[in-house]
Ligand binder design. Sequence first.
Ligand code: GLY
Ligand code: MN
Ligand code: MN
Length: 445
Amino acid sequence: MMHQKHREKLFSLFDDGQNGAVFIQGSEILYRNETDYEYPFRQESNFWYLTGVNEPDCALILDLKTEEYHLFVPKRDAQYAVWHGYVKSQEAWKEQYKPDHIHYTNEILTVMNKIKPEKVYCLNDLDAELIEDLDRGFEADIETLLDALTYCRVIKTDEELDYMRKSAAINNLAHTEVMKAIKPGMYEYELKALFTKIQYENGLQQDAYNGIFAGGKNSAILHYVENTSQIKDGDLFLLDAGHEYEGYASDITRTYPVNGKFTDLQAGVYDAVLNALNSSIDQIKMGVKMEDLHLHAARTIMEGLKDAGVVKGSVDDMMENDIFALFFPHGLGHFLGLDTHDVGGYPKGVDRIDRPGIKFLRVRRDLQPGMVVTIEPGAYFVPALLVPALEDDTQKQFLNAEKLTNMFEFGGIRIEDNVVVTEDGCENLTDVPKERSEIEKLIRG
Ligand code: GLY
Ligand code: MN
Ligand code: MN
């Protein structure tokens, strides 16, 4: 069972025979503003990683000395059964999740008193306070566990990679079906509805993040979530969305012309981004640094924008003057796993690079086999950045003002794939058309 392997990985990081325990409380159900509207339940990712339990109100203790796993489950009454369904027996919990011991959550103190740990490792103050409030004899440590779990989660096991492949396959299908269905005049939410329908038909009810379904100028808004506008003939449409399979996220972006034909200018910008994506993926292998890939992608985008006549001058000078950050203002990618922006991008002691654009990069690590990363270059035309740049003495030398002032409604293009790093390359999990000719063919049927 994969979660047992995860626990073993965590145990292996603590000294053998150490008289300690790990204590984590899982998530609770959240309600909207004191109403009976329940937000969809989603387990805290570290708890899910160690247990596979995606149900509310549970807790766990791992005994570091004996390596035993105690799962604590809520004691439900008949009223619960009336409102929320049947009450699961302890045997059923045990059968389903295979802990070494099963208890109700009111037995945490009893179990702790039997283990008598010298130290209790927790993820946060809330859990630490609960433990210390149980009995002042317990000493909680919130410095160690998060780093240990992050270390475990960064490199995916073979089973996790299989889950991510399954997640990718369904998400690939949903993206491709939307591409086939799009037509001028549709509303962004209609495309969201179709995307969601395909996910649901395949059993994926949980979105991994707030999906972006953005037509025209909305496609330049990095976190556009309204999804309410009508998409016009001639517009680009950017779809950045993904659902989880058994907790494992997919995070794909495609951008395409709603009428199935790229204009010359759209094609020029698209090729700049696609070249950045493909050439970055070609470079991925063990040992490559994400910040080097980011700068490579930024340069490739500037070369493409120069070919498209949007910028002018020397690309070396553009890089030196951070012109790329005007068009590509976010990071090239991030880890992907149980969270969309998965843990571990910045190990202790590694800081963000204080430079425009690249400061938002979410991973600064040498890539290693088993890591899963997104690669998501983009080029956006954001008036809030371009208007002041067109008036700045240094920046304006590189900008084709005539062209750019007509591009304030152009929007943006992002293309995002999900890849597994291997020793000598990578495995691309994303299989949604991205060549211009393929996209045009698919949209035009
Ligand atoms: N949609 C979130 C991201 O691409 O990072
Ligand atoms: Mn994305
Ligand atoms: Mn992403």
